[in-house]
Design a protein around this ligand. Sequence first.
Ligand code: GAL
Length: 469
Amino acid sequence: MFPRDFAWGAGTAAYQIEGGWQADGKGPSIWDTFCHEKGRVFGEQNGDEACNSYELWEKDLECIQQLGLTHYRLSLSWARLLPDGTTRHVNQKGVQYYNKVLDGLLACNVSPMVTLYHFDLPQALQDQGGWKSAGTATLFDSYAKFCFQTFGDRVKLWITINEPYVCAKLGHEDGIHAPGLKEPGVAAYLVGHNMLRAHAMAWHSYDCFYRTEQKGAVSLAINSDWLEPLHAGRTEDIAATERQLAFTLGWFAWPVFVTGDYPETMRSAIDARSKKLGCSGSSRLPSFSKDEPAILGTADFFALNYYTSRNIEAGGGYGETLCMKSDRDAGEVLDPSWPICGVSWLAVVPRGLRKLLMYIKDAFNNPAVYITENGFSQVGQLQIEDVQRSEFYKDTILEVAKAIQEDGVNVRGYFAWSLLDNFEWADGFSARFGLFHVDFTDARRSRTIYQSGREYAKIISKYKCAQSK
Ligand code: GAL
């Protein structure tokens, strides 16, 4: 059984659905730039038009209502609101757009959860150093305050930054996400650091200036796989699993929920290796300044994005190159018994979510948890009757129910990823995560519910009925 006020949601992100990349005064973001460069994204695709939610947002509202969602998670495009990233110039058309969407949601009795940053930095700020620059955190704080001020009367659940791990690692270490930098072992730590600072500043701003009046809650969305040692009894694999956890979930959750600083495993490994490599006397992992707002305690709930589980085997990643993998010295092996479905990185393991929830309860002092993303994609031939994905939602939600009932995890909501098939970053439109199919060959971008969407609607209505008894 789920608590009475459990949030049944689905999510999207601005760049993935809106389109209208130049409409009505919007400034370019790093994803506009990245996609317009050759060879970056599958099939040279881009989000110029995407689902055209900029014009078709009412169609999205219909989809949301058809599912019976109580909540909808969307992100704001920073460059649509503030074209050059600063509050010097506000694009009123952008403000109007989000006002329409938020008012529309509330009119249908759907509560918005709003993400301030979902991968799409204004290009103007990238030109000044982007997330590698300390000043971007301050500009993010100004943007956050602007959003709290403008939309906070209607938004009670805020996510500052979505998946800082993915922004840091895929965008600045691997170069497969915007801004496409490959500066191994250096940039990702700097970016992660500035994102934590940015998040903390925004949380403190909310706490000081808006919380009393607006009565909302603020967190950051942390992505994590569930990890297990490949050989359960092998000490090296156990240690490698712990290291891997520290370098992913721990990197962002430890500072916010446990100590105000990075996990010790991460700190000591990077410091030692930096020294060995003679990194001009300082560690590649920056330190938090005592003169800045504290990082510890800057989350009102735990926002978890969970997709998959992995088995870890020691010794897979050691090399002499300067990169994060070398710092960690742990290999990752996908357990062959966990079937890969959809995109290449996604093994479907619903029970991994229950284990991860239990881990979060224990490690982070039993926080309120929102599962802010979970889903899996279809690739290749389109199947509207997507039996496997329907089963996936049934199985996963059952695991969430067990986590609540049997393990006592304080789960407050579940957001399926995603409401719509959309622009799936480096995979373009080839990976379809939607509960609704979107026909990208049709100028009207017609939306059609998948079987998985119908299944999710059924699950929601079943539990809602049970809750009201
Ligand atoms: C997350 C991301 C989403 C979505 C999902 C599926 O990393 O936040 O935007 O793309 O992965 O890959």
